[in-house]
Each structure stands twice: as C-alpha cells, then as structure tokens.
Design a binder for this molecule. Structure first.
Ligand SMILES: O=C(O)CCC(=O)N[C@@H](C(=O)O)c1ccccc1
Length: 368
C-alpha cells in the first residue's frame, strides 16, 4: 500500500460539562485528526494529545509539528508499506507516541478498509459489544458528585471511576459507596497526584472495596507503586507508567501493578496496545481500555480493542454524549450499559463531512 497524501485536521469540540482531574480542568477538546489517502483506501486516526503537557509530555501543537516535520515525510517517501511497518519506519524518532499512534491508526484503518476487514477482526476481538464504564471528574461538592453518579447510573453505566486528589478522596468515595451500595463497581484515578509519603492515607481506601486505585504515584515511580501493592489490599492499576509492552512487562516483573489501563494513544498505537494486552494476559494481569476524551474516531478503535479477550474490566469507553453534544461521527449510544463494537470495514465509522467542517479550525495537506 502506498501513501499518496496525509491530511492533518485540527478540530475543537466543546465538552458538555467541564472535566476536572488532578491535572486541571478541561472545557473543550482540541483534537488532531490524521487522514491518509492510499492507493487502496483512505484511513482515519485520532491523536489523543491534549491542549497542554499535563498528562504526558505531548500536547496537540507539538504532535502536529512532529507529524509535519518528522513522521509523515518518511511514510510519504516509503514505497509500499503496511500498518505493521509504520513503527519500524518511525523508530528513528524518539518518543512522540501519541503522534505516532494517530498516524499508525490511520494507516491501519486504510489497510483494513482496503481488505474489507474491521478493526475488531484485525485486532482479534472476541466480543460484539463491551460493558461501558464512565469517568467522573472532581466536583465542587459531594452532593454535586452524587447527583452526577446517579445520572450516569440511570443511563446504564456499568462501572464508576472517580477522579481523586489529595483533599478529594476519602469523603467522595465514602459518600458514593454509602449512597449506591456495595454492589456498585467503583474505582478511583489519581493521575499521579500522590507521593510515597501518602501510603498510609491511600491504604484507607481499602475500606471501600474498590476495583482498583489507578496511577496514585508519579509515572516513573514503579518501586513506589510496588510498595503500595505490598501494603494495600486494593489492586493498583497503572496508566501513565505503561508506555509499551516492555514497560508493562517491567512493571509486572517489579510487582508495581495488578491491573493495566491500556490506551492506544499513550503507547504508540493499537498494535502496541495489543502487544500490551498479550503481555498482561500471559502474566495473568487483567486490562481495561482507558479513554482520552476521544471523538467517535478514537472511540470506534477503542471499542474494537476493548473486545479482546483479556479486557475483562469495564473500560472508560463511554457513549459519545458523555463528552460531546454532537460527535463528529454517528454517535455511540449506550444500550443496557454496553456499547456495540463496530463491524464495518476499518474503524467502521468516518467523520460526517458537514459536522467535521463545522468544528475544523485548520487543515494541513502533506504529499510528495
Ligand atoms: O472517558 C474518557 O475518555 C476519559 C477517561 C479519563 O478519565 N481519562 C483521564 C485518564 O487519566 O484516564 C484523562 C484523560 C485526558 C486527560 C487527563 C486525564
């Protein structure tokens, strides 16, 4: 397959409500879409880098720049390529996993569309729908949080994830557990807001029968997480720390986690995400699919990934209306707490042209 043109499209989507985490508050999502036109078909990818470098070192303008200067040119210059040859072709560029992931995703989409195969088939999915969890941000008060959780449960979400940070942890978790009962699947995500000195405080979360505590410490502190695994009853899940299959294997070998949150954008793409799935499966470590406020493009790919056999915990792949009033694709709608895995060729979805045009802020075409 030869790439004839790559189009980078910046879009801006308002969030239906502010999304607050320990990293800050987001009011809208500045997304970067990658569209590749090949000899066989066209494909779409979505870069999950955000407006700032608070979640990772990548941010959307930087991702666009590195794509233009260093990632797209080698692919345009390559003769025939496949999605599996993209990462080796780009290995000379260090890091920039989110930018690389978006480009590889678009090539994989084009390749699969060209063969009439879905992402689910291409990745090895074993389910045609997946249970949907929802991420609930930090709120101004516990009553406001309880109202939000009640609304999400009424919509059918199967699992609640609460964002926590020092000063907003025990009280909201206790209130949600007491209000909605012991059967509620409940977990927390700290986005690395705590330190090793908080071990005894974090151990108090053991009282609430949580599914997991996600990324309590700094992304580079594997030994600190290993100490928490030894001292807490609640399983430790890593997110930001896991950037590749190798880092997943290292974290597991060090006893730094019992669960892994897999995000294709964070790890360099869906093919590496599948390798992480396989490494974790071989080690008896369950995984779930994280989210980065993706549009329907990324959401479609994540649903296919979340249908792989070792994705045994509900992920953060929520319905489109969790974040967006109008998605750029046909919206994903919750049914009995599940979302359907797209079955069409490639991602099975594509941006709706007039909707995409309305939210596009810039377009950059690259070709030989
Ligand atoms: O549902 C979603 O797409 C978002 C899920 C979510 O909470 N994402 C978190 C995370 O750290 O996992 C996040 C995303 C983007 C930026 C910061 C935090």
């Amino acid at each position: 397959m030869k790439i004839e043109r790559v189009t980078l499209r910046r879009i801006a989507l308002p969030l239906v409500s502010p999304f607050r985490t320990s990293l800050g508050i987001e009011y809208d999502r500045p997304a970067l879409l990658v569209q590749v036109t090949t000899s066989d078909a066209e494909g779409w990818g979505e870069c999950v880098a955000g407006a700032d470098a608070s979640y990772s070192s990548e941010y959307v303008e930087g991702a666009e720049d590195v794509l233009i200067r260093h990632l797209v040119p080698p692919l345009l210059a390559a003769g025939s390529l496949t999605a599996h040859t993209v990462a080796p072709l780009l290995a000379g560029v260090k890091g920039h996993r989110m930018a690389k992931a978006a480009l590889e995703m678009a090539v994989l989409d084009a390749e699969l569309r060209g063969h009439g195969l879905s992402f689910a088939t291409g990745l090895g999915a074993v389910a045609d729908s997946v249970p949907s969890g929802v991420s609930v941000g930090i709120m101004d008060s516990v009553p406001e949080l309880l109202d939000a959780v009640e609304r999400y449960l009424a919509q059918g979400y199967r699992r609640i994830k609460l964002k926590i940070e020092p000063g907003w942890d025990l009280a909201p978790v206790r209130a949600v557990r007491e209000r909605f009962g012991d059967d509620l699947l409940l977990q927390v995500d700290a986005n690395a807001a705590y330190t090793r000195a908080d071990g005894r405080h974090l151990a108090r979360l053991d009282d609430f029968d949580l599914l997991l505590i996600e990324q309590p410490l700094d992304e580079e502190d594997l030994l600190g997480h290993a100490a928490l695994v030894r001292s807490l009853r609640t399983p430790i899940c890593l997110d930001e720390s896991i950037v590749s299959a190798r880092s997943a294997a290292d974290a597991i070998a060090l006893g730094a986690c019992q669960i892994v949150n897999v995000k294709p954008g964070r790890v360099g793409g869906y093919l590496e995400a599948r390798r992480i799935h396989d490494v974790c499966a071989a080690s008896g470590v369950p995984v779930w699919c994280g989210g980065m406020l993706e549009t329907g493009i990324g959401r479609a790919g994540n649903l296919a990934l979340a249908a792989l056999p070792n994705f045994t915990l509900p992920g953060d792949v929520s319905a489109s209306d969790r974040y967006y009033e109008t998605d750029i694709t046909e919206p994903f709608v919750l049914r009995d707490g599940n979302l359907p895995v797209p079955t069409g060729p490639g991602l099975g979805v594509a941006p709706i042209p007039h909707v995409l045009d309305e939210v596009t802020t810039s377009v950059r075409e690259l070709s030989n």
